[in-house]
Design a protein around this ligand. Structure first.
Ligand code: AMP
Ligand code: ZN
Length: 467
């Protein structure tokens, strides 16, 4: 198997993930609602999407990854008003925090990160087409609704015909009283209300703002086209959000919307979904205060199968810390690793079983099992390996680290005490030493000394301590 096979929530089968057109896989993820810090449940979804992209790219396929920002909805508006700041400033602050946490978790930045507020004209245009084609109607208050009855395929993703739509399932979007014709109809344009304050736009149907589902349809169309390869989100988005995206996009564009649906199961705490409303959440900062690194968090978030809910515990973070220590120790024994991702699975060399496990429906727990048994085997063999074999092992291990998004570059013992710039210099010195660049390594040792710190080489690597 040399390409990814992934479970498709629509066909309910494992299917190949390959670009339908050209050589680039077009991939959309529903992004964060920026009204507070993302919690590690949200990040389970973003980390798995990141592993997905890294694995696809490791097989030599390029990706175009689009992930939106939801920067206007009931929650962002309400919270910005409570904070007494404009919606733009409020969401900009939380977007910055999201970027910082994402970087700490080593998430690759999407190629495009569009925001709902920046795409109002595109959303208005889609609504106009839907009205023209008889799939939407304007209610007396100026809101516009999608007419669910007008789309025969409604429910094809969630197999809705096997159950009934209840209003509680559509609550997230329509928490206010809107005048829709049927409980199933969902809002495309929300007429302006007094409590929205200055957060409204002009439209042919009066002042208001777009509905949440519509933003993703409009941004997909603009940045990936009317039809594209893979669409992803947490399992809670399957219905109604993704079902509604399909309805809007297929009725507006007259063509099939998405080839492959990738849903990630929830992160749970004591049997309940981790969520803001339940107040049972942890953020990256909460866990840093308890002494856990973002890399330990990342490890926990990808270590269980994405298709099953994962119960979060602090003990799992401690175990992740130990696992990462073992990998870091192995990395140090291997010596300097080459950079960058694999360009084909052959680059994994002796570590090919790891990528093969990942290509089988992103089976991360199997991949980690394979990784650790290879590490164990190589630890015994390193002293007897010739240079070519050692280089193949280095390349293969580096490809595994890239695919899983692990950096392993902060020796745990020095992680909090040493300032970032000193830690960076110490790391660079270590790398210079591995490359036998003695001039550079001496220069860096002196620069570190000049700032009141010293580096010492040990059997396992190096330590950094104050003078
Ligand atoms: P939101 O910021 O609420 O729009 O959600 C951002 C992403 O996080 C969406 O893909 C959600 O489906 C996902 N998500 C929300 N809660 C969880 C959770 N407990 N576990 C995994 N993913 C989640
Ligand atoms: Zn979406």
């Amino acid at each position: 198997m040399n390409c990814l096979h992934l479970y498709d929530s629509q066909t309910r089968e494992n299917r190949k993930v390959v670009p339908a057109r050209g050589d680039t896989l077009r991939f959309y993820c529903c992004g964060p609602t920026v009204y507070g810090p993302a919690h590690i449940g949200n990040f389970r979804t973003f980390v798995m999407q990141d592993v997905f992209r890294r694995v696809v790219e490791s097989t030599g396929i390029k990706t175009k990854h689009v992930r939106n920002l939801t920067d206007v909805d009931d929650k962002t508006i309400r919270q910005s008003q409570e904070a007494g700041v404009s919606l733009t400033d409020f969401t900009a602050g939380w977007t910055e925090k999201f970027h910082k946490d994402s970087e700490a978790l080593n998430l690759l930045s999407p190629h495009v990160e569009p925001s709902a507020v920046e795409h109002i004209p595109e959303q208005i245009e889609m609504i106009a087409t839907l009205i023209e084609k008889g799939h939407a109607y304007r209610a007396d208050d100026g809101s516009v609704y999608f007419k669910v009855d007008s789309f025969d395929d409604y429910g094809k993703l969630s197999r809705l015909k096997e159950r009934e739509i209840t209003t509680s399932e559509t609550e997230r979007e329509d928490s206010d009283e809107y005048e829709r014709e049927s409980a199933a109809d969902f809002v495309l344009w929300k007429a302006r209300k007094e409590e929205d304050g200055p957060n409204y736009w002009e439209s042919p149907w009066g002042q208001g703002r777009p509905g949440w589902h519509l933003e993703c349809s409009a941004m997909c169309k603009k940045h990936l086209g009317e039809s594209f390869d893979v669409h992803s989100g947490g399992e809670d988005l399957l219905f109604p959000h993704h079902e509604n995206e399909i309805a809007q996009s297929e009725c507006c564009n007259g063509t099939s919307f998405v080839d492959h649906w990738f849903h990630i199961s929830h992160l749970m705490v004591d049997g309940a979904k981790m969520s803001k409303s339940l107040g049972n959440l942890y953020t990256i900062d909460d866990l840093a205060e308890k002494g856990f690194t973002p890399e330990e968090v990342r490890y926990v978030l990808f270590s269980g199968s994405y298709g099953q809910q994962l119960n979060f515990t602090l003990d799992s973070l401690k175990a992740a810390g130990k696992a990462l220590e073992r990998l870091r120790d192995f990395k140090e024994k291997l010596g300097a690793l080459p950079d960058g991702p694999a360009s084909s699975i052959d680059d994994f060399g002796p570590f090919k079983p790891v990528i093969e496990a990942l290509l089988n429906d992103l089976n991360t727990s199997d991949a980690l099992g394979k990784l650790f048994s290879l590490v164990k085997q190589f630890l015994k063999e390193i002293p007897n390996l010739d240079t070519d074999s050692l280089n193949e092992a280095r390349r293969g291990f580096a490809c595994c680290l890239y695919a899983l998004g692990l950096r392993l570059d902060i020796p745990k013992s020095t992680k909090s005490a040493v300032p970032d710039d000193i830690a960076d210099m110490a790391k660079e010195r270590w790398e210079a030493k591995q490359n036998k660049d003695w001039g550079r390594s001496d220069e860096l040792r002196d620069a570190i000394l000049a700032q009141g710190w010293q580096v010492k080489d040990t059997k396992e690597g190096y330590t950094v301590s104050p003078l």
